[in-house]
Design a protein around this ligand. Structure first.
Ligand code: ATP
Ligand code: BTN
Length: 252
């Protein structure tokens, strides 16, 4: 029903009018053995989840709320690379469909004109030495007007329609995201993270700038120096010490 151009991603689709979170449903399907490429899409999420235990606002019909199952043959410590890969795929898809060029704020906030239009949440099911599955949650604000955002996020959130000045269809966007994702994922499995890292750096806004990183253990200020080959953020503090940040919220 989406008119997919991909070879495997999205060939098994579970579509819901309303769910708590596509992420929870995809995790359950993955646990039960669903194959790579299985996609869960919902019109509305009642309990959409963001990174760092936040809520993700996912009203009916206005955005893309979906979770994809991948089963990459990699050890768990390489999983952050996939988050960055997905951020590149989503950015390329936005660029392809709207002509607007997004920025990526490490690790995976997709910004248009400084405001967040999409976010990515990756969750793992893994053994100590290998990943069993990665659940990739993608939330994209497509047709919201600014007054449709809750007041507390209105200043920091945007939609493609707001930035482009016109509403757009969601199905072609989903197609394009999956197409770009499949292409990059194949490239990643064949050639490793290097080519993806270069693409990611091309979209990144935070590198070379002073940033504040809020991790679960506290706050750290420094200059973002780049990302490691595993996809961690390298932060240089005032004593020129390098810190490797796994998961945090970055303020420019
Ligand atoms: P806290 O306890 O920190 O208040 P919370 O669980 O109440 O956390 P919020 O902090 O309100 O959740 O989480 C919302 C955050 O998620 C906002 O900062 C905003 O960045 C982001 N957010 C949620 N939904 C969207 C969306 N659709 N588009 C853009 N950003 C969003
Ligand atoms: C973030 O930027 O904090 C990540 C947001 C991820 C939201 C998506 S919407 C589809 C999937 N289901 C969820 O509950 N969350 C992700």
């Amino acid at each position: 029903q989406l008119g997919l151009k991909t070879e495997t991603l999205g060939h098994m689709i579970h579509f819901f009018e309303e769910v708590d979170s596509t992420q929870r449903i995809a995790a359950k399907l993955a646990y039960e053995g669903a194959p790579e490429g299985t996609l869960v899409v919902a019109e509305e999420q009642k309990a959409g989840r963001g990174r760092l235990d936040r809520k993700w606002f996912s009203p009916q019909g206005t955005g893309i709320w979906m979770s994809l199952i991948l089963r990459p043959p990699i050890p768990p410590q390489q999983a952050p690379q996939l988050t960055l890969l997905v951020a590149v795929a989503v950015s390329q898809a936005i660029q392809e469909v709207t002509g607007l060029v997004p920025d990526i704020k490490w690790p995976n906030d997709i910004l248009l004109h400084g405001k967040k239009c999409a976010g990515i949440l990756t969750e793992l099911q893994a053994d100590p030495d290998r990943v069993r599955s990665v659940i990739i949650g993608i939330g994209m604000n497509v047709n919201q007007t600014s007054t449709q955002f809750p007041e507390d996020i209105r200043a920091i959130a945007t939609s493609l329609a707001i930035e482009k000045g016109e509403r757009m269809k969601r199905a072609p966007l989903i197609q394009e995201i999956l197409l770009q994702l499949e292409r990059l994922y194949k490239q990643y499995l064949e050639h490793g993270f290097r080519p993806i890292k270069l693409l990611w750096e091309g979209y990144a806004v935070s590198i070379g700038k002073p940033v504040t990183a809020r991790t679960l253990d506290g706050v750290m200020r420094g200059i973002a120096r780049g990302i490691t080959d595993d996809g961690l953020l390298i932060l240089e503090d005032e004593q020129n010490q390098l810190h490797y940040i796994h998961s945090a919220d970055i303020q420019l």
